[in-house]
Every structure is written in structure tokens, then in C-alpha cells.
Design a binder for this molecule. Structure first.
Ligand code: FES
Length: 354
């Protein structure tokens, strides 16, 4: 801890040449009051300037939110000087919001806070109780000198600016993904939708799947939207829909399967369908062990038993793989009988530990 000696002018004159210190310490120059120390009008002007900066910072934070919601991105971007206007506007407004708080704080300290020079003497690191008491007193003096209690205009505008800075953070959370419940609980699967090979788009007959085989599959609506009275799904929307609906179809001996009571008719002759998306953090899975009926996630080794309702038997996944109930249509192709009954992908608070 250090001693703070406010009257350095007289002290610096005493710190002169000694035997152990052949170079005279010039000390600190005499303190010169600033215009804001002696002129109330200058002080008021500085106060208004600082509050203006904090106020403008709040405006920038609000403009950030306006730009976020109004400027186009993705397939219909708003363009400004050949650049994405959204990126430019978000960067500029957030940057200015932060900058104005910083510049306002610097201006405040330079113009209005106590700027009397002090000398701090070196001491052992451990401070005495007296020093601690003195430090607390110095801190309180600093608080008092900053005028934070006496200048409600600055204090309140600063608090407002800092509070407004939370808005961009909250608004940006919107980018984490689709809003519940539609975006989280539903995929494009629905009753009667054919299950097709994810590469060729051809529908799958049960007899085409060999014992022990795994097929990566997708909903037919991506290939034949008109069959389902659906508009073609394209671009980013298609990517998101594919990621959620991705499926694996496996065939095993019917006797090996131990379905829970509510899943007894969810398969066809030993063929079961599960989400391809790991419930840990969402890696696509297809490392399949025919003999054990285990499906292994390559990312962190979560292992699911597909003969036992997709239960987790190893690894960090907190819940089983969602299963898609399937059947066969009148033409003999595999179809879904409904959507998944639980959210696919990484777990959030719906974890049930199964
Ligand atoms: S993503 Fe599958 S175990 Fe981590």
C-alpha cells in the first residue's frame, strides 16, 4: 500500500540531491488549475458535453436495434456502397455506443474530476490496517471528487447509456436460432410423408433394406413439394429444415427390439427410424454397429442403443435419440406416421435423462 501525500510541492523541494542519489529529483511542477476549476460557466459547459456523449451513446444503442430489425440480410440484403448495410450499421452503431461512453468518461475525468497531483511512496506489498483505512478514505474522497453524487445529470445519463448497451446484447440473442415453439418442436415430417434416400431422393421399400443396414434418409417434401401441397423450400430455410429432419433408417431382427409401451407400432418388420442429429451438441451420427445395435457419435462418443428406444448407454448426451414413427403406404413405401414427438438436436431444458 502506498502513502498519498497531497502537498507534493513543498515535499518535492525537500527531495533534493543526497549522497545516495547524485541526481537531484526535480519533483512535480506546480499545480495549475484548469478553466473548469475556476470558471463555473466552463464547468457547466463540460458537464453538458459529457452528458451529451452519454446521451448519444444511448441513441446509438437504439439505432443498433432499429438496424437489426429493418435492414435486410440473407437472400435479400440491403446494400450500402457495395457492402451489406446491416453489418455496416450494426458495427458502426455499436462501436459508437461504446466509444461515446469511453470518450465521455475520459472527458469527465480530465475536465471535472479532481486533478491535483500526488506522490505515492513505495512500501512493502502488505498494507497495514491504517493504510487500508486510509485507502478507503481515499476511495471515498475520489468518489466525492468525481462529483457523482452532486452531478445527477452525468450520473443518470451514464447509467442510462450503460443500461442501453444491454439492448444490443439482448437483441443479438435472436440470432441463436428460431423462436419457440414452432422452431424448436417441429420438423417438416408429417403423417403420410415418404422417407427417401438422402442422395438420390428415391422412396424406400422395406424389402430394399438389408438386415443390419443403415440408410441416411430425408423427407420426400424436399424433392416433391407439390405432393404435399407445399411451396418449394429453398436457401437457408432448406438448410435449416434438412438439418432438423435428417433421419437414419436401420434394420435389425424384430426380436432384438425392445420398444417401450408407447412405441410398439413405431417400426416396420425390424426397421426403425431415428433422428440423425446427436442430442449432445448436434453432430450428425451414422457410425452403426450392426451386431450390438449401437449408434456411435464421432464427436464425443455418445452411444445410443437403437434396439432400446435410442437410449443413451455411454457418453455426454443427456437424452435418447428422438424416434420417428413409421409405417408403409398403399404403394409399399416407408412413410412417417407423424412428426417427432420431442425436439431433435442438442438438449436444452427438456432433458429427461432417457
Ligand atoms: S455431439 Fe454427439 S457426443 Fe457430442
Amino acid at each position: 500500500m502506498t502513502d498519498i501525500v497531497p502537498d507534493q510541492e513543498s515535499q518535492s523541494r525537500e527531495i533534493a540531491r543526497t549522497d545516495s542519489d547524485p541526481v537531484a529529483d526535480p519533483g512535480l511542477p506546480a499545480h495549475v488549475p484548469r478553466p473548469t476549476d475556476v470558471d463555473p460557466a466552463a464547468e457547466k459547459r463540460a458537464e453538458r458535453q459529457i452528458a451529451t456523449m452519454f446521451g448519444l451513446s444511448s441513441v446509438m444503442a437504439i439505432l443498433f436495434c432499429v438496424a437489426y430489425f429493418t435492414l435486410g440480410i440473407g437472400e435479400n440484403p440491403t446494400v450500402f456502397l457495395g457492402l451489406g448495410a446491416s453489418n455496416v450499421a450494426l458495427g458502426v452503431t455499436l462501436g459508437l455506443a461504446l466509444l461515446l461512453i469511453g470518450v465521455g468518461a475520459i472527458h469527465w475525468s480530465r475536465k471535472l474530476m479532481n486533478d491535483t497531483e500526488v506522490v505515492e511512496m513505495r512500501h512493502p506489498v502488505r498494507s497495514s490496517d491504517d493504510d487500508r483505512t486510509e485507502a478507503v478514505a481515499a476511495f471515498e474522497t475520489g468518489l466525492s471528487d468525481s462529483g457523482i453524487g452532486r452531478r445527477p445529470l452525468i450520473r443518470n445519463s451514464l447509467l442510462g447509456a450503460m443500461g442501453a448497451l444491454a439492448l444490443p446484447a439482448v437483441v443479438a440473442l435472436r440470432d441463436l436460432g428460431p423462436l419457440p415453439p414452432e422452431g424448436w418442436y417441429k420438423t417438416v415430417w408429417r403423417e403420410g410423408m415418404r422417407i427417401v434416400n438422402d442422395v438420390s431422393g428415391t422412396p424406400i421399400r422395406p424389402e430394399e433394406i438389408r438386415m443390419g443396414q443403415l440408410i441416411n434418409a430425408e423427407p420426400d417434401v424436399f424433392f416433391n413439394p407439390e405432393e404435399y401441397d407445399s411451396e418449394p423450400i429453398e436457401g437457408v430455410e432448406l438448410q435449416a429444415a434438412k438439418a432438423k429432419a435428417a433421419l437414419i433408417v436401420v434394420r435389425m431382427q424384430p426380436d432384438d427390439i425392445t420398444p417401450s409401451q408407447d412405441r410398439e407400432n413405431w417400426g416396420v418388420a425390424g426397421i426403425l427410424a431415428y433422428s440423425k442429429i446427436c442430442t449432445h451438441v448436434g453432430c450428425p451420427i451414422s457410425l452403426w454397429e450392426q451386431q450390438t445395435h449401437h449408434l456411435l457419435c464421432p464427436c464425443h462418443q455418445s452411444t445410443f442403443d437403437l434396439a432400446d428406444n435410442g437410449k443413451v448407454i455411454f457418453g455426454p448426451a443427456a437424452r435418447g435419440l428422438p424416434q420417428l414413427p413409421i409405417a408403409v403406404d398403399e404403394e409399399g413405401y416407408l412413410i412417417a406416421t407423424r412428426d417427432f414427438t420431442e425436439p431433435v438436436g442438442p438438449s436444452f431444458w427438456e432433458r429427461d435423462g432417457t
